[in-house]
Design a protein around this ligand. Structure first.
Ligand code: FPP
Length: 247
């Protein structure tokens, strides 16, 4: 087993689960088969976070851009998400997993939206792991929405333009009361952020792996945690300052 330092694990891990389509293609199956197997990786990573006491996990499940995929794939993705929410509910409740929805509610099919709202409400008191699902999510859209909400508060007299700071705008984001991710993992070989939490990832460590999402299991997650532990997080300070503070 890897010698992880349990005192220095990330508090919040965010993941872009990429490579489902290629994984399926390699097996001469349709893309949906890859998404199905990807759901098993989701279960495994949730379990890892619970085992390691990592309190926040956020997954990029369906982006604003994903609507452009063939209709059959879009439908299958919603079906899979709904199945996941239904099937896992009891276990999530028992394990102390609290759902969090990140993304616009409009455009989400009615049945799926009901399930998402129900999952968030039913798990509201769970306190071991906050599982953020970015669904119908886009980072720039999230920032624009926050600016719009702030402007509305200005019109209502609840805020003044001069009050606007990163902290204040942050309160209008979907992640308002969540810590920023410490580690962002992207599977599938691409090295991009793809409109996923651009505001919140400002100081996150980024980890890219060639492993396709359906193959991403416990050992790969541990490998990413290891890599994270070998980084020095400076937040703009010098290396000497960081070392001085950690003494
Ligand atoms: C990217 O792979 C993956 C997605 C667009 C969807 C992710 C969804 C799941 C893992 C299924 C269910 C999720 C939850 C939270 C239960 P891709 O299709 O872009 O792969 P490719 O780059 O190889 O084509």
């Amino acid at each position: 087993m890897h010698d992880l330092d349990f005192g220095r694990l990330p508090r919040h891990v965010a993941i872009i689960m990429d490579g489902n389509g290629r994984w399926a293609k390699q097996r001469l199956r349709n893309r949906i088969f890859g998404h199905e197997e990807g759901t098993s990786s989701v279960r495994e990573v949730v379990k890892c976070c619970l085992d390691f006491n990592i309190p926040y996990l956020t997954l990029y499940a369906f982006s604003k851009e994903n609507w452009q995929r063939p209709e059959s794939e879009v439908k299958a993705l919603w079906r899979l998400l709904m199945r996941f929410l239904k099937q896992e509910m009891q276990e999530m409740l028992e394990k102390g997993v609290r759902y969090r929805h990140l993304g616009d509610e409009e455009d989400i099919p009615g049945e799926a939206l009901d399930l998402i709202r129900d999952a968030v409400a039913r798990t509201a008191r769970a306190d071991r792991l906050v599982l953020g699902l970015a669904i119908n999510y886009g980072g720039r859209q999230e920032i624009a929405r926050a600016a719009r909400l702030f402007a509305e508060d200005v019109l209502k007299g609840k805020a003044r333009p001069g009050d606007l700071s990163p902290e204040v705008l942050g309160r209008y984001l979907f992640t308002a009361d969540l810590p920023d991710p410490d580690l962002m993992i992207r599977t599938g070989g691409e090295r991009r952020v793809s409109n996923f939490l651009p505001w919140q990832l400002t100081y996150s460590e980024l980890y890219f792996t060639e492993v396709l999402w359906p193959d991403f299991r416990r050992e790969h997650f541990i490998e990413a945690l290891h890599d994270y532990q070998n980084r020095e997080r400076r937040f703009g300070r010098t290396s000497e300052q960081v070392q001085e503070e950690s003494r």
